[in-house]
Write a protein that binds this ligand. Structure first.
Ligand SMILES: C[S@@+](CC[C@H](N)C(=O)[O-])C[C@H]1O[C@@H](n2cnc3c(N)ncnc32)[C@H](O)[C@@H]1O
Length: 264
């Protein structure tokens, strides 16, 4: 049975606002692989589990036609409401039953979504819809990501990771695939020619509001909120306050002139 965690309209709206697109290094890694395999230039790319289109948009520049698909109606509504290139369209459908004829797709992508799929069924479907020589690119960002925020990157990253520590216990079992950097997903892919790359480092510019919004967009936080709404709300409020304090401190540090001795 499909695991449907991104169904609510409110959740999808938060997702659209706070989730970020794949960084440049990830994009280039995927495009280099597709060039190496002569899978581009090509006609059709399908982005499976596209959410509100975070990874779908950059594909529009490299394919004649791009279709983003997702099991969640709410996510697809958000995707459709977001401006994008005219060659991009969206469809509600499960990853395990893609509405494309056999051998009709040049490239299948999936960004931070494959851990939710029924893997064997998705792999079979990928084999069916891909043309001979077609490629699949499946990626995720890791939970131990480092954030960029001017001189406060380390503080923001620490707050982000501490927040994750609090909500991880509410995670669906499938998040284990993300925690092992998709190793199990890679091993389950039934393609003879495949490659796993784990050293892609894209700096992610973030704000305090961004961290709180990102946390709220995770399925783990949504589960936390259902189980214990008071504690969940308080976690984000406290996080916001903590960040607020060091943000103000950081501003003071930034304004201090190095040539003026500090008076006590
Ligand atoms: C963490 S979000 C990733 C969204 C987007 N690709 C991104 O990079 O932010 C996972 C998405 O996968 C979708 N999803 C989960 N199970 C699915 C399935 N079986 N078939 C298609 N989409 C699925 C969810 O609805 C959700 O939008």
């Amino acid at each position: 049975m499909a695991t449907q965690m991104f169904e609510g309209r409110g959740h999808a709206a938060i997702y659209q606002k706070y989730r970020f697109a794949p960084g440049k290094e990830l994009q280039q890694t995927i495009l280099s692989y597709l060039r190496e395999k002569k899978a581009i230039p090509a006609e059709l790319a399908v982005d499976v589990g596209c959410g509100s289109g975070q990874g779908t948009h950059f594909l529009g520049e490299h394919f004649k036609k791009v279709v983003g698909t997702d099991i969640s109606e709410a996510q697809i509504q958000e995707a459709k409401a977001t401006p994008c290139m005219p060659n991009i369209s969206y469809l509600v459908c499960p990853a395990e039953e893609l509405p494309f004829p056999a051998g009709s797709v040049d490239v299948l992508t999936s960004f931070t979504a494959a851990h939710w799929f029924q893997l064997e069924r998705f792999a079979r479907e990928a084999q069916r819809v891909l043309r001979p020589g077609g490629c699949v690119a499946i990626s995720t960002y890791t939970l131990d990501m480092s954030l960029r925020h001017g001189q406060c990157s380390q503080q923001l990253t620490r707050v982000f990771r501490e927040c994750w520590d609090e909500i991880l216990k509410y995670s669906n079992d499938k998040v284990k695939y993300v925690l092992d950097d998709y190793k199990a997903i890679f091993e389950a892919l039934p393609f003879p020619d495949k490659k796993r790359i784990t050293d892609i480092y894209d700096p992610i510019p973030m704000t305090v509001e961004g961290v709180v919004g990102y946390m709220e967009s995770t399925s783990s936080y949504q589960t936390f909120k259902k189980n214990d709404p008071t504690a969940a709300t308080s976690l984000l409020q406290e996080t916001e306050k903590r960040n607020d304090t060091w943000e103000r401190k950081a501003t003071a540090v930034g304004n201090r002139s190095p040539s003026c001795p500090t008076r006590m």
